[in-house]
Design a protein around this ligand. Structure first.
Ligand code: SF4
Ligand code: SF4
Length: 344
């Protein structure tokens, strides 16, 4: 078995479902990324637009100067079909995006990459240099995944693998080993499909296969630290963390293979209970899940807006009472909006 085949087999045994190899040469995606930040489509994620971010993303050898191969690795996040929809049963509950229902992928993937690095050291020697990237590292991971043959970048801007769709997380291991590159994935599997574009509740999907984060409910409910702009509050519906809409309508995802994994939080949390969580209880419940990323303020802001969108007038007394004591201006603003919606 070749070294490359052994690395691939090792990565599969760690739980990665698809593995591709490519060179670190710059990819055309950098132009698209630069154009995206130049138009301020990155919204409040200013770290993406810094000169350092642009420089690092232009070539993975800025992360590991000795890099000769980028190993691109795909893992799926499970949960069955009904857990991958934003359709909320009943008026009392909100919806959390599917990826957040299982343990935080940053922790899981970092552990897997550490084990894969150990294996590569065993196979190829101690002098091999490696750099592990999980999501937050400045690398154009979707472009490198495409170049490594793992799939194409869909109209909703996500990497689509022909078998696993976009219910996936990407990770990369940069290595100072020269390994034979895989073939670039050249087919555009989207064809003339426009389902995600039409289904997006806020019109956030742009023609160049990027997302205007300023309009995207995933950004607005997770990363955004300010109020949700009024024009998008109704479109949020009952989403209290993230948005799965452009993925759940995608035909590639509908036929994608599903791997089962135990959920660690519920998909449809009770809104009253969520709104009443103390900061300590929020921490206990969500600290080791992606929901933590929204922070206490962001989560309660989202829950208040979901209550406003629920049509459930029974929420009015609770919201009125909270409005008298709420100290957080962002949550107070969301409560006032919700009361306005429910009272009209
Ligand atoms: S995550 Fe939701 S809001 Fe964002 S682009 Fe997809 S459908 Fe639109
Ligand atoms: S919904 Fe259609 S256009 Fe959008 S990513 Fe899926 S296949 Fe591509």
């Amino acid at each position: 078995m070749s070294l490359k085949a052994k690395i691939k087999a090792g990565a599969e045994s760690l739980g990665f479902v698809a593995i591709g190899f490519t060179s670190p040469e710059p990819v055309p995606g950098i132009q698209r990324f630069r154009a995206w930040v130049n138009k301020n489509h990155h919204a409040g994620m200013t770290y993406l637009a810094s000169q350092r971010s642009l420089d690092m993303r232009s070539d993975p050898r800025r992360l590991l100067p000795s890099c000769q191969t980028v190993i691109s690795l795909l893992s799926t996040y499970p949960a069955s079909g009904d857990l991958r929809s934003d359709n909320v049963p009943g008026q009392e509950t909100g919806a959390i995006a599917a990826y957040a229902l299982v343990p935080d992928y940053h922790d899981v993937l970092k552990q897997r990459l550490a084990k894969l690095s150990e294996l590569i050291t065993e196979l190829a020697g101690n002098d091999i240099e490696m750099y592990a990237c999980v999501d937050s590292a400045p690398i154009l991971e979707k472009s490198y995944a495409q170049k490594a043959g793992l799939g194409w970048i869909g109209r909703n801007s996500l990497l689509l693998h022909p078998d696993y769709g976009s219910w996936t997380h990407l990770a990369e291991l940069l290595v100072s080993l020269e390994l034979e590159p895989d073939r670039v994935f050249e087919r555009d599997g989207c064809g003339d499909c426009q389902l995600c574009v039409r289904a997006c509740p806020t019109g956030a999907i742009l023609p160049e296969r990027t997302i205007d984060a300023r309009r995207c409910l995933s950004y607005l409910t997770i990363e955004n630290r300010g109020p949700i702009p009024i024009e998008f509050r109704m479109a949020m519906g009952k989403r209290v963390f993230g948005c799965d809409q452009c993925q759940s309508v995608c035909p590639v995802n509908k036929r994608a293979h599903v791997q089962f994994q135990e959920k660690v939080i519920e998909k449809f949390p009770d809104l009253v209970e969520s709104f009443g969580l103390s900061e300590e209880k929020f921490k206990l419940k969500y600290r080791h899940t992606p929901v933590w990323r929204a922070k206490y303020t962001g989560f309660r802001r989202n829950v208040a807006i979901a209550m406003g969108n629920s049509g459930k007038k029974d929420f009015i007394p609770l919201l009125e009472k909270s409005s008298l004591t709420e100290h957080d201006p962002i949550v107070a603003d969301a409560i006032a909006w919700a009361l306005g919606e429910l009272s009209s």
